[in-house]
Design a protein around this ligand. Structure first.
Ligand code: ADP
Length: 258
């Protein structure tokens, strides 16, 4: 289980890196290709035309490499039917050996038949991040609770984010009875590399948010210093046709609500 845990984490980091890098590289290479094309038009200066051809050929090869990197990142994020029960079972298996004896693990799946469109590996990674954070927030022990349930949200929900999120969702929540977070930490939670841990990466929550956003979902959290934290993920059970392709599109946007 330990080795599998490391493998899943490595793979997700790699896919995230490849996805992000290819997007940025593509944006750099496209103007370079255009520049090469324009240089080639200088027919009366053969040196410039040759330079133009060189720039364009290198740029084109670069783009091809980027394209295959993007396909790799996408390969890791295939859309499939995710079963809530299977997700939680896999999580429990991964957590084996990481839950200290002082932490009581409480897992509940209220609707075992529940399934939805998404990516099992990504969501598993996301839940795992949240659970490991929760465990680390309880050095003196406590209760780690993971609950999966189906919820119907009314049109008044999430009004603070200026969009109505009415509809059916699967809610995945991870809560702990740990140290909680002060305002200064809450404010910076999703900043890349923000960590309060020695040896922390500060990428865990960012990666979670990226995964949730690519599922068309949102993340909320509550935290009370000295009492604990609760992270909630809402994934829509049916995605609007317009963004159903986002999952396949290597959408690495970091939007989504905290
Ligand atoms: P890392 O775990 O590597 O620090 P994360 O992005 O996962 O990176 O978390 C960033 C920071 O958020 C953590 O360093 C910690 O201060 C805080 N944090 C995250 N989850 C919890 C939690 N359940 N309880 C208390 N603090 C948390």
């Amino acid at each position: 289980a330990e080795a599998e845990l490391i493998r899943v984490q490595r793979f997700e980091s790699l896919a995230m890196l490849a996805g992000g890098l290819s997007h940025d590289l593509r944006n750099l290479l496209q103007p370079l290709l255009l520049a090469g094309d324009s240089l080639q038009d200088y027919q009366d200066d053969p040196r410039l035309a040759r330079l133009g051809a060189l720039v364009r050929d290198c740029g084109r090869r670069g783009l091809e490499m980027v394209q295959s990197m993007l396909s790799f990142a996408r390969g890791a994020r295939r859309a499939e039917q995710v079963r809530a029960q299977a997700l939680i079972d896999a999580l429990a298996l991964l957590l084996q050996g990481s839950v200290p004896r002082s932490v009581h693990l409480d897992i509940e799946v209220t609707d075992p038949e529940l399934s939805f469109e998404g990516n099992h590996t990504e969501l598993q990674q996301c839940l795992l991040n949240l659970c490991l954070n929760a465990i680390q927030a309880m050095p003196d022990g406590g209760i780690l609770r993971v609950v999966t349930t189906k919820v119907s949200l009314g049109s008044d929900f999430f009004l603070e984010h200026e969009e109505s999120l009415a509809g059916d969702y699967v809610r995945l929540s991870v809560s702990d009875t740990g140290q909680g977070m002060p305002e200064e930490v809450l404010k910076r939670l999703f900043e890349p590399f923000f960590t309060t841990k020695e040896g922390g990466t500060g990428l865990g929550l960012l990666s979670c948010r990226r995964i949730v956003a690519s599922h068309g979902g949102v993340m909320r959290l509550d935290s009370i210093p000295g009492e604990g934290s609760c992270f909630e993920i809402y994934i829509p059970l049916s995605r609007p046709a317009a963004d159903a392709s986002a999952l396949m599109d290597g959408d690495t946007s970091l939007h989504g609500n905290a």
